[in-house]
Design a protein around this ligand. Structure first.
Ligand SMILES: Nc1ncnc2c1ncn2[C@@H]1O[C@H](COP(=O)(O)OP(=O)(O)OP(=O)(O)O)[C@@H](O)[C@H]1O
Length: 467
């Protein structure tokens, strides 16, 4: 079956990045802001940081990551970073690292895929002392998937460099994630006391409440995806307790990170008022006029509910993605009670029989067991040719850089969700390649997508199916 799509106005028009950068409220000069972003992105000299309550000297000189971190981060960690391929700092690393090394608390606010993880990990390696067997840094993450990913990067950086002999003892990194049992976590703690702990809030608080883990020696506390954590009714009281009772702002450096911090001025104000951070906290906000990466091209297709499956199939055939994630909405409680199969399962079954392409079909959702979930992401990272069907569990933080296409089979519930789903692609900081985000919507949902466009300052092009 020959299938193809065209854009509403001009079949090729959506390939133009200039056209895609639109603003709901008029920017000072659209073209010049795009050009300056491009220039800055290439030379790593972005100077769009906003500081709150303080004047921050930002580092505007072009330098390598090594030059930026020398004298702060141990040599063996910097060598490992180079071996992995981290040579130049990304804009957020360029902006944030001098602030972080100065000891100030920090709200890291930068686009998805911009390299916030490496920024806070380099801070941690600059502060902790591997000779002391006490927990000196804690990174709190919202999901097991993100936790496993951050643990992997931290362990890779902590591992012995191939270039340096006679190195110091390397840091022990421990993951305390949902899905592991308290007994197992307890015995790991005994066998190899960790210096850096990466944890989901529930598992961490369980250990703290039972006095199995102590944070007396804590030097750095990172809360990743901070807006999500504060928005989650299940997590918020534990989070506040961690920030104010289990540890103190005076003895630790606090870092909050996310690509989306709604009402960020209010948030920073609250941080100070509630004593979650010190009063001289710095808000490092990189590229505030463009909440999403400019390498993303946004498209939508309108179709009836019954045609969604065939529309997705046609899109997959015409796009031929290298790797893709298809986001499906959560199953409602009513549908669960009625004994219906989850929408993810229905879609996987459909694709198994209809999708004839060479990508491996993988499912990721809350209801599959933790070991299976662990395998999914690890396998995907290694294989690189996947068609991942997922709920929003894969929407936050998951880093699969080979993903070239995102499909919103169901429309995200709000603009923030759109931003994080879209941000699962375009995750190669120095690449100029374009990546695609396509939403399959009904005619009635067009106005919802329009609202996202206004809020997130992007423009979506309609794809029309050609018979
Ligand atoms: N200096 C660098 N040079 C090259 N690649 C980098 C650099 N820093 C980070 N990366 C890569 O960029 C990708 C995105 O980084 P990371 O996962 O830290 O993004 P993020 O800002 O945390 O995104 P999100 O908000 O979606 O969680 C990763 O694959 C990482 O390895």
């Amino acid at each position: 079956m020959a299938s193809s799509f065209t854009t509403h106005t001009n079949p090729l028009s959506w390939t133009s990045p200039m056209k895609l950068l639109s603003y709901s409220s008029a920017p000072p000069n659209r073209n010049s802001s795009l050009l300056s972003y491009r220039r800055n992105r290439m030379s790593n000299c972005l100077s769009l940081s906003t500081s709150v309550n303080s004047t921050v000297e930002t580092n505007n000189t072009c330098s390598t990551l090594l030059a930026l971190c020398e004298g702060h981060v141990p040599d063996h960690v910097l060598r490992r970073a180079e071996e992995i391929g981290y040579i130049m700092p990304t804009p957020v690393q360029n902006e944030a690292l001098p602030v972080l090394f100065s000891g100030r608390d920090c709200v890291l606010h930068a686009q998805t895929g911009s390299g916030k993880t490496l920024a806070y990990l380099l801070l941690i390696f600059s502060v902790v002392n591997p000779q002391r067997s006490s927990v000196q840094a804690v990174i709190v993450v919202p999901t097991r998937e993100l936790g496993m990913q951050v643990t992997k990067v931290a362990r890779t950086l902590a591992a012995k460099s191939m270039q340096l002999e006679n190195e110091q003892k390397s840091c022990t990194v421990m993951a305390l994630l949902d899905g592991g049992t308290l007994r197992r976590h307890k015995s790991w703690l005994k066998v190899e006391p960790p210096v850096i702990v990466i944890a989901t809030l529930r598992s961490l608080c369980q250990m703290l409440d039972k006095h199995i883990l102590k944070l007396d020696a804590l030097r750095v506390l990172v809360i990743d995806e901070v807006d999500f954590m504060f928005n989650s009714s299940k997590e918020v009281s534990s989070l506040k307790k961690l920030l104010t009772i289990h540890s103190s702002i005076n003895s630790r450096q606090t870092v909050f990170a996310s690509a989306s911090i709604p009402q960020h001025r209010r948030f920073v104000y609250d941080c100070i008022q509630q004593k979650w951070t010190k009063a001289n906290v710095v808000h490092v906000h990189v590229n505030p006029i463009e909440p999403m990466p400019s390498c993303l091209l946004h498209r939508y297709v309108i179709c009836g509910n019954r045609e969604k499956y065939s529309t997705l199939l046609q899109l997959l055939q015409s796009d031929a993605p290298q790797s893709a994630i298809i986001f499906v909405g959560e199953q409602s409680e009513k549908s669960k009670k009625a004994g219906n199969a989850p929408p993810t399962t229905l879609l996987i079954e459909f694709l198994k029989t209809s999708y004839g392409g060479c990508l491996e079909l993988v499912l990721l959702e809350e209801d599959i067991n933790f070991n299976q979930r662990a395998t999914s992401i690890t396998d995907l990272k290694q294989s690189g040719d996947y068609l991942l069907v997922a709920t929003d569990i894969a929407g936050r933080g998951v880093d699969l850089p080979e993903t070239t296409h995102i499909y919103n089979f169901d429309i995200p519930k709000d603009a923030i969700n759109y931003l994080h789903r879209a941000g699962r692609t375009g995750r190669k900081p120095f690449s100029e390649s374009k990546c695609y985000v396509t939403s399959i919507i009904s005619a009635e949902e067009r106005f919802v997508l329009q609202r996202f466009e206004n809020e997130l300052k992007f423009q979506c092009e309609e794809l029309l199916f050609l018979e």
